[in-house]
Design a protein. Structure first.
Length: 95
């Protein structure tokens, strides 16, 4: 049974839009099918980054594959995305 995370709503990964040149940054939440634990990260190419996680290219999630996208949030700047990622991680550690 999947646990629900109150910080993210389930949405599919964003599809690239042709002719639209707005560069976005994403904070994403992955859940391991193996142990049910969560991983929070940020990226400007969420589709590529999730492929990297699931192919074992990311050391911190290599042994927890497969990983499913629980949700993501999008931001205009990298600094906003990094700040949000940090805030989520801080609140998770307080529990």
């Amino acid at each position: 049974m999947k646990r629900q995370n109150p910080y993210f709503s389930a949405r599919p990964c964003p599809a690239p839009v042709l002719g639209y040149n707005r560069h976005m940054f994403y904070v994403y939440l992955l859940q391991s099918e193996k142990d049910g634990r969560y991983y929070i990260g940020h990226s400007d190419d969420i589709r590529q980054r999730i492929k990297e996680h699931n192919s074992g290219m990311v050391k911190s999630t290599r042994n927890r594959r497969p990983l499913n996208v629980v949700g993501y949030e999008e931001y205009v700047s990298r600094s906003e995305a990094m700040w949000r990622e940090s805030e989520i991680k801080k609140s998770a550690h307080k529990r």
